[in-house]
Ligand binder design. Structure first.
Ligand code: SIN
Length: 286
């Protein structure tokens, strides 16, 4: 769905104010305490998540227990296999950048866990420390990416599968001293996923071209590279993106089945501390 009136409050929501932040995806939500949700409120939150794909709630004051309880409303928590969670709450991953780190974690367009057999359904991020300016996160709408392909390109990608390789996760840690990597064991899997996939909630197709693609099935890596580069450059056009600005107490949740995201690395020498939770998908999303 394309949202045109980006400053208007959406009237279909009863429990909070919701405003689109860009024309293609993304919305900001005010006026709700995620620590005190009932089932009706959660149903509305989920509707906003499906409609806008990336939503950010302002002014939350959640303890780790409350944050985890909110996470568990969405499904099973999926542990991140490449780094340890908090000592007290292993389901919560701390994404920390300090003055010593050379890069920000997640500083490339990607889809969380695109190499897993069943990639996470959603990711949530809760801001605890943010720089005075910078450190925003960008999102891109992969429905729009698919829907704007030419008929010829749709026919090419529709039957296609791509091998998504786990080793590419390691790029996230190079130059990062503040986050300790751990042995991911058998989660360093490489998985074939469809390049065009159907969303289980909406029935819409989206383009699934994350950075872990090594090659298309029945293609060589050399043949695949320029095709993936072309598809990614189309999918990540500015028109399909939005940018969420963090404040302490902001909590964003995005639909990992139909978006890509990018942590902007423009605050070198400053601290940023976020708590991340991934939610398991009920099924492989095709
Ligand atoms: C991530 O890629 O999961 C982190 C995004 C961010 O820190 O903005």
């Amino acid at each position: 769905m394309t949202h045109t009136a980006s400053s208007a409050v959406h009237q279909d929501y009863r429990y909070f104010d919701i405003r689109p932040v860009a024309g293609s995806l993304g919305a900001e939500i005010n006026g709700i305490d995620l620590g005190a949700l009932n089932d009706d409120m959660f149903e509305e939150v989920y509707r906003a998540f499906v409609e806008y794909q990336a939503i950010i709630f302002r002014d939350q004051k959640l303890t780790p227990d409350q944050y985890l309880a909110f996470g568990k409303r969405w499904g099973e928590i999926q542990l991140y296999p490449y780094a340890k969670g908090l000592e007290s709450h292993p389901e919560i991953l701390e994404i920390l950048r300090t003055e010593q780190d050379e890069v920000a974690f997640g500083n490339l367009w990607h889809i969380d866990g695109s190499n897993y057999t069943i990639p996470p359904k959603a990711t949530m991020l809760y801001a605890l420390e943010v720089p005075p300016a910078g450190g925003d996160t960008m999102f891109a709408n992969m429905y729009a990416a698919y829907e704007t392909l030419s008929p010829g390109m749709k026919a090419f990608v529709d039957p296609l599968k791509a091998l998504n390789v786990g080793q590419r996760e390691l790029a996230f840690f190079s130059g990062i001293k503040s986050m300790e990597q751990k042995d991911p064991g058998e989660m360093v899997v490489s998985t074939l996923h469809p390049v065009a996939r159907t969303h289980p909630d909406t029935g819409r197709k989206s383009l699934y071209v994350g950075h872990r693609i090594e090659r298309f099935e029945e293609f060589s890596a050399e043949e695949t590279a320029p095709l993936v580069a072309q598809l990614r450059s189309h999918a990540l056009r500015p028109e399909f993106t939005c940018r969420l600005r963090w404040q302490v107490g902001s909590l964003a949740i995005w639909d990992n089945r139909c978006t890509q995201h990018y942590a902007i690395d423009d605050y070198a020498g400053q601290r940023r501390r976020m708590h991340r939770i991934n939610i398991e998908a009920e099924e492989a999303p095709y």
